[in-house]
Design a protein around this ligand. Sequence first.
Ligand code: ARG
Length: 462
Amino acid sequence: ADVRLWGGRFADGPAEALERLSASVHFDWRLAPYDIAGSRAHARVLRRAGLLTEEELTRMLEGLDRLAADVADGSFTGTVADEDVHTALERGLLERLGPALGGKLRAGRSRNDQVATLFRMYLRDHARVIAGLIADLQEALIALADAHPALPMPGRTHFQHAQPVLFAHHVLAHAQALRRDAERLRQWDRRTAVSPYGAGALAGSSLGLDPEAVAADLGFEGGSVANSIDGTASRDFVAEFAFVTAMIGVDVSRIAEEIIVWNTKEFSFVTLHDAFSTGSSIMPQKKNPDIAELARGKSGRLIGNLTGLLATLKALPLAYNRDLQEDKEPVFDSCDQLEVLLPAFTGMLATLTVNAERMAALAPAGFSLATDIAEWLVKQGVPFRDAHEIAGECVKVCEAEDIELDQLSDEQFAKISPHLTPEVRSVLSVEGALAARSARGGTAPAAVAAQLAETKADLARQ
Ligand code: ARG
């Protein structure tokens, strides 16, 4: 029997080369459970429109249950000749119910509205999985901050020593980025909770089917689409999902890069756990941060998935075009990659050792308290432009003499500027510099403690 859903007007079967090109069943098979859920909902609206008897509906649902069980245990699968998952499952239903009943289900629906609906359902489920994995990663960052509430480290700009900050402050900055990513997923989900089922090929159905009932049945809180052409042709929900997952990859890659640097001999800020590091096949001493490197690498791949998809969508006329079959593999891949990456990455963060002494020792290096001299001068009434000059002069003298700022003598200070009385020493400590930045969002221990509490409360609500 011809499995194609469109054989009627054709004298010949498809060329093998066409079949091979056309087939998507090897990648869209993962939509099978959603396709069957859609079929159940569709059967119910066919019944409500009087197009199936009660008895036919019961047998139809029972046939779909058997099909679902056979899909779940692998005893039924699609083949290349099936073209796509929708065609394969229709064949499966026909095999189980016979053509008289099985052939009734396709009334009033098209693969165009089906695939647009099922794809939304699949991505919504995976958005939830990914949001859960991000919450675990946020948890690991919070635990790091919690474990080291008062540890100073060198804060950097341009990757140069800038000002001392708390390690907890730095780590919570990454948690903020992830909080926004989680929020993006939630907002995306709200926009995507609208069902295209009932849009048909593009124009809707003449059969009196109720798209709102199908939407409710399939868990679309936002109801059905307002425009059947848009419902079948739009894929901005896919592009936006690809963006959010790429953004997650990029945010994780920024943590990854720091872990890689912190884990070097030169930095020695962290030591990775053996279970979350790898060795070298030739160099026996090696312990490599492969998880962080893979995170960095996969972010490139996630960006590629987004740009590839946008290129597919660009300039496509309305409504459905077969180009749109290219929309699935990139974001399926984005889901797969994040779902293997995030647990490993979280495990790496949760098990690393922070070398606190080393971090604290480097916090004041690189004249990172020069800003504190300038701001102390401002509090004595010196205009900031002059204060900046004077503090810069202090750095110049220190560099020439190869000493640190707090090693300048009272005479040296006084020679640089009469404003630099010995009281300036009060700000020449890391603890003083940290404690002084106590406004909301700042690096003072109390401000960071407040931030930590806020971050925890936020995550609990997420
Ligand atoms: N497999 C197609 C896709 O993934 C859906 C089928 C629509 N095909 C068609 N000829 N109208 O986009």
